[in-house]
Design a protein around this ligand. Sequence first.
Ligand code: ADP
Ligand code: MG
Length: 400
Amino acid sequence: MYNNGKTRQLRANNGWKKKARGSSRFGGKRGFSGDSINVNRFINKAEPIKPAEVFKPQYSFDDLEIDYKLKQAIKSRGFVDPTPIQEKAIPVVLAGKDVIGLANTGTGKTAAFLIPLLNKILNNPQEKVLIVVPVRELAIQIQEEFRALAQKMGIYSVVVVGGANIHGQVRELRRRHNLVIGTPGRLKDLISRKTLDLSKFNNVVLDEADRMLDMGFINDVKQLLALLKKERQTMLFSATFSREIEKLVKDFLKNPERISLKTRETSNQIDQDIIRIKNEDKIEVLYKLLIQTQFEKVLVFSRTKHGADKLSKKLQQKGLKSDAIHGNKPHNKRQRVLQNFKRNSIDILVATDVAARGLDIPNVSHVINFDIPATYDDYVHRIGRTGRADKAGIALTFVG
Ligand code: ADP
Ligand code: MG
């Protein structure tokens, strides 16, 4: 059943093309220009990490000209050497330049902007940083990384995302803080309530910029950027790039330094293959995979929210520890499910694209595309939930 490389020769799956065209949600608007996905793109052998090819950074964190306290925090966080994107981006951000950072998923983009920005704040407590992200879980995750790095520094951050009680966020915004991390809708809401004044913000990070545009946040993002201080540093990070982003860059970034570390479209630590479903029951095929011991911690992608719930329930009925995460679930419930998966109280998380974007979940062994992704970019982001940091990962895509 597990593909052994033979399917490499197979042609594009036309059945998929028809299905994609027929559904308005997956129309050209989402940036996928009508070509069908060639399933061969879902097959990529992982490249074994050879000792000779292991990335050797030009400097260690200790060599950086950053605050001693920050160096200590990086050390206690367990980071010794910068990742390639960090190596390139940190000095540029420290120098105060605008940055566009393009690097594969799981390569440490978060710390690439948090470390130099924290240093800026340590040097000048007046610095204000806005971080705009597409989904609330990502905001919380960035805050967690921030808190780990800013320990005992007396520097505070506020997360403002939809789905959570706004009054608590209003209260937090009244207290001293240097960082606001939020999703476009809630940020706008708080601005219109006059609780948040962006005119003092002189640093902005757009994380997962491509997804923000995919989700239709382009105008919101533009409005937010227009409200910021004119003299500011602007940073844009993403794992994929598009023409729309180029437009945004042209309008809102000043002489940005472009850092691109993508050698291929997906991380070479992810072993990618397809599984052909002929006349079998898809759920049975999935079940037979999930009960194998090497499928330790599995993220399964479903196309719809309803499908995610249904699939997770079916797996539970079969005795597996599974749960679902998608946009229809209340915020606190999503957060709880995610924590359960992170802490291994469940082994299988069934998710929709939006719910899983950008999430850093340690040690996901497999990503399974139970439903084929709508676009290749979605594919890249889905499978990017595995093979993170120094770990290897496996991505399997069910094709009809
Ligand atoms: P990305 O945003 O590029 O998808 P993340 O910022 O979420 O990636 O980082 C992926 C993982 O790598 C996180 O668990 C993070 O703590 C870890 N990480 C980041 N930088 C380093 C480093 N220099 N050394 C070791 N691990 C790191
Ligand atoms: Mg990220």
